[in-house]
Design a protein around this ligand. Structure first.
Ligand code: LMR
Length: 329
């Protein structure tokens, strides 16, 4: 926070935001689709606590986890209508806004580690993609980590060919559609809130997600095998309704940005640990056999899936893929 602003805010917060008070606070609704006990769930609660503290109660954040308020398909429209103020959708879910470039982040084996992802999202590429949301009435504030995705099914998946003929639940991304088809599987898009039921009823045979989502959605109860493939990355863009954001008093916007910056640091600090702990819980539950890949097996996954990169030939996609490669070295 700028020192002058901080000083004036601390001296007389009410003066900075005359129209709000502790008894009549500004209400900010934050909706998301995952459990609270996940990197995104915990970061949303961190943001709530931080912003309510910084605003000294002039702002109240209502967090609605687990698709309680809006499910996948509804949340973006609700944000654009102003029915909710903040979301943090997976980067695989921005196609309905016509900003399909985020799906390039779904490319298998695009990143070797979170640091490479951060180099892209914190640099010009990340900033330019968030900028594209503004013409859709959305302001992008940050990128939050979840982690590398693992592949699951009710049969052991050691080599890509083991996926042949399986129906695999994916997020609504053309890249993930191509990824599953590249290994002979049939992609099946369903909302995150329906994944457990989709697997339990056999509508899908398997899916992919980081361990934190696999565990908190209880997928270990309906998936016999989990392969530690680390084949793709799942991250989020934290977005707000642009009209809401630009309509805020400058001082309120400043403290909201501060709370978001702090929550982003928190999210990216805990994400790896949350996924490691979730994996230990999956193993301890003993319902899902966790398979590690040998170097040769992993090379086979990479070889079969890297073909997906070649499918995206539009100049826009090629430029973005080249820029990401350039950024990750
Ligand atoms: C999924 O739909 O699998 C994920 O995008 C859910 C999430 O928000 O992590």
């Amino acid at each position: 926070l700028s020192s002058t602003f901080a000083a004036s805010w601390l001296a007389a917060p009410q003066a900075c935001a005359a129209q709000y008070s502790v008894t009549s606070p500004l209400i900010v609704k934050f909706s998301h689709v995952v459990a609270e006990d996940t990197p995104k769930g915990k970061a949303a609660l961190f943001f709530k606590t931080r912003l309510e503290s910084l605003s000294r109660g002039l702002i109240r954040v209502e967090v609605y986890p687990n698709s309680q308020l809006y499910r996948d398909r509804e949340e973006l429209e609700a944000l654009q209508l102003g029915a909710v103020q903040i979301l943090a959708p997976s980067l695989a879910k921005f196609a309905p806004l016509g900003v399909r470039e985020f799906e390039i982040f779904d490319l298998p084996f695009l990143f070797d580690d979170a640091a490479q992802m951060h180099a892209v999202t914190s640099g010009d590429i990340g900033k330019s993609l968030l900028k594209k949301l503004e013409s859709r009435g959305i302001k992008g504030l940050a990128y939050w980590d979840n982690g590398f995705k693992q592949m699951s099914a009710n049969k052991p998946l050691r080599l890509p060919d083991d996926l042949r003929g399986l129906k695999m639940r994916i997020q609504p991304s053309r890249v993930l559609d191509a990824q599953m088809r590249a290994v002979g599987a049939t992609p099946q898009v369903t909302a995150f809130s329906e994944v457990y039921q989709t697997l339990q009823t056999g509508l899908a045979d398997g899916t992919e997600n980081p361990a934190s989502n696999f565990w908190t959605q209880r997928l270990h109860e309906v998936q016999k095998y989990l392969t530690l493939s680390d084949h793709g990355y799942l991250g989020y863009a934290v977005i707000v309704n642009r009209k809401f954001w630009e309509g805020l008093d400058r001082d309120i916007r400043l403290i909201m940005q501060q709370a978001m910056d702090d929550a982003t640091r928190f999210a990216n600090e805990i994400a790896r640990k949350e996924n490691d702990e979730a994996l230990l819980k999956i193993k301890a539950a003993g319902k899902t056999q966790v398979l590690s890949l040998s170097a040769n097996e992993r090379a086979a996954w990479r070889l079969s899936m890297m073909r997906v990169h070649q499918l995206f030939t539009s100049s826009q996609d090629r430029d973005l893929i080249r820029a990401i490669y350039g950024q990750t070295g």
